[in-house]
Structures are given as C-alpha cells and as structure tokens.
Design a protein around this ligand. Structure first.
Ligand code: COA
Length: 329
C-alpha cells in the first residue's frame, strides 16, 4: 500500500461583493414579496458583483485572505483548483487568470465544474494530490457570479442565488496544524440536465439569436425536484458520517447553503437540532460552488469549528451531483 501524507487546511478565505440585493429590491423586479422569499428560502439578501468584477476577481480576494490565514506566499502554491459554473469565459480556465493575478508563478491550475458540489469535489482532488505527494500546497477556490446567468424575470430562480467566493489552502497536516481531511465522497447521476441547468451556450444548444431571444442562456430550475433531491441526499450524507464516527464526534455541519427550508427539513429527518448546523443563507443566498468555503470561513471566524471535533460539509446540486467532505478540526 502506498503511504499517504495526512492532509489539513492551512487557511480559509472568503469574499462577498459590496452590493446588497434585498428581497425588497426584488419586489420591484418580479412578482414576489419579502415574506414569500423569507418563508420559502430563509434568504433576506444576497450580494451582487460590481460591473467591473468578474468571477476571478472575487476569487482573487478570497484566495488572498486564505493565503494570509495560512501565512503562505503565492509563490508557494503548486496548484490552483477553481470550482465554478460561471467562470470568466468557457475557456481558458479562470484558474489561469487567478494564478496570474495572485502571483502564483509556480502553480498550474484548472477549472472544475460540478455546480454546487464544486468546492467539495475540488477539496477531494486537492487532498488526494497532497496525500500522494504530487503537490504540497493546493489552493481550492469556489467562486461564482451567478447574477449574470439569472433571469430577473423568473421569480423561481432569481430570488435564490447570489455572488461570492471562498477559498481554502490544503497542505500536509504537519504544516496546516488543523482541518485534517478524513474522507470525501463524489456522486453524480446523469440524465437530469433539465432539472437545473443553463440550457444554451454549449454544444447541446449553441448560441443563436433564437436562444438569446428565448432567454435560454439563463439558469432554469425545477424547484420542487431539486428540493426533494436535496433533502434526501443531505440527510443521507450526514447520517452516514454519524454512523461511521458517532454523533458525539460531530462538532458542526457546514453544508452547502442551498435553502434554509431544505436544511431544516434534512436536519429534522435525521433528528438533529438546528444548533448543530452553521448557516449564513439569510445574508448570502445560495452561491453555488462558493457556498461551502464562504460558510467555512464564517464558521471559523464565529468560533464554530471546534478543535478535535468533526466538521461535515455536505453539498449537492446540478448534475445531479452530491458529495461530502469530513474534516477533523
Ligand atoms: C424554488 C422554491 C422556493 C419554490 O417553492 P415551492 O413551495 O416549491 O413553490 P412552487 O415551485 O411549488 O410554486 C408555488 C407557487 O409559488 C410561486 N412562486 C415561485 N417563486 C416565487 C417567488 N419568488 N415569489 C412568489 N411566488 C413564487 C409559483 O409560481 C407557484 O405559483 P402557482 O401556484 O400560482 O403556480 C422551492 O421549490 C425550493 O426551494 N426548491 C429548491 C431550490 C434550490 O434550493 N435550488 C438550489 C439548488 S443548488
């Protein structure tokens, strides 16, 4: 058996753009109400990138904070994994721009597209590469500018999502000193392209005047299907970790900030009180791949990552895709 190097998280960072889009602002754009949005999603406001900010700009701020937290210089980064579905462009990878802007002159990089599961999948790529000794310091970023892919005429989607970025630096545990990566899972199930997607712009439906006129470059979502799927896999992932490690070991659950109601339903299904879970969806909305690392950084600042205890990070989204990372803080 190949010996594995224990892996930890040396630093965490997050960035939220300055502009707040409140539920009251949305009332002026679509037929909705602050009360409806709060009741159905738990969201009060979300952030929107400034016109001069692109996805790699948001990622850059989060990456700098993560490096500062890790007390690491950009030259020490060996690899950049950039999880996003709203990259600067389809290609080249946003990781190339981020590495350049950050001054990570010794790093290679690539983008990883797994929608809301992106950071959790990327963390496992990073942990595996550090564990097998291929790379020492891997920066994983989740960043999205979803506001440019939302139809502000579609009240079923535009109220849920927001922009932001989060980042984590994975290194050998003896350097990191915390956040030991214990295990991860990656699951996908195809054939669900129409449940949650951006229909046009790829090889399936290349851009034409018609696709633009029909607003097919914006996100489409079958809300009820996503809701049922998310509650089921959230509960299964968390229950699985509890069965393997024991409930007493679990310090906090830092899930994909999908929707407050989904989180509450899943927690009720596994009979856990809401004080075991960290949420920030009221202020941030659903930021897809950025959601878990933003929440991790905020949970860390709030003292919710307890030394020696487990941190469970379940995530799920388009694909369908789902998976979980288990850390010991
Ligand atoms: C989107 C979601 C909040 C809608 O809630 P819901 O209770 O399922 O509502 P439905 O889709 O059944 O719609 C009920 C009614 O509310 C309306 N509605 C939808 N969005 C609305 C909004 N923002 N404001 C007011 N009414 C709205 C619908 O048009 C529908 O009206 P109708 O009965 O006249 O047709 C819910 O399905 C959900 O949370 N899904 C998961 C979404 C998610 O988390 N996605 C992220 C995945 S990573």
């Amino acid at each position: 058996m190949v010996s594995q190097i224990p892996v930890g998280i040396a630093g965490l960072g997050r960035y939220l753009p300055g502009k707040r889009l409140t539920n009251h602002d949305l009332e002026k754009l679509v037929d909705t109400s602050d009360e409806w949005i709060r009741q159905r999603t738990g969201i009060c406001e979300r952030r929107i990138a400034a016109p001069d900010e692109i996805t790699s700009t948001l990622a850059l701020h989060a990456a700098r904070q993560a490096l500062e937290d890790a007390r690491m210089s950009p030259e020490e980064i060996d690899l950049v994994v950039f999880a996003t579905v709203t990259g600067d462009q389809a290609f080249p990878a946003s990781a190339c721009r981020l590495g350049h802007d950050l001054g990570a002159v010794n790093a290679g990089g690539f983008d990883l597209g797994a929608a809301c599961s992106g950071f959790v999948f990327g963390a496992q790529v990073a942990a595996g590469m550090v564990a097998n000794g291929q790379f020492r310091n891997v920066l994983v970023v989740g960043a999205e500018v979803l506001s440019r892919f939302l139809d502000y005429r579609d009240r079923g989607t535009c109220v849920i999502f927001g922009d932001g970025a989060g980042a984590a630096v994975f290194t050998p545990l003896d350097r990191a000193g915390r956040g030991q990566f214990l295990e991860g899972s990656i699951r996908t199930e195809g054939g669900a392209e129409d449940v949650l997607c951006q229909p046009a712009g790829g090889s399936r439906l290349p851009p034409t005047v018609e696709t633009v006129t029909n607003r097919l470059h914006y996100m489409k979502m079958g809300g009820t299907k996503v809701y049922k799927f998310a509650v089921r896999v959230f509960a299964e992932l968390v229950q699985g970790a509890i069965d393997r490690y024991g409930l007493d070991e679990v310090g906090v659950i830092v899930p994909h900030q999908v929707n407050q109601r989904i989180i509450e339903s899943a927690m009720a299904q596994i009979d856990l009180p809401m004080d075991r879970v960290f949420t920030n969806i009221d202020r941030v909305g659903n930021t897809s791949a950025a959601s878990v690392p933003i929440a991790l950084r905020e949970a860390y600042e709030a003292g919710r990552l307890v030394e020696g205890k487990l941190v469970l990070c379940p995530a799920f989204g388009a694909g369908m895709s789902w998976g979980q990372v288990v850390l010991r803080w």
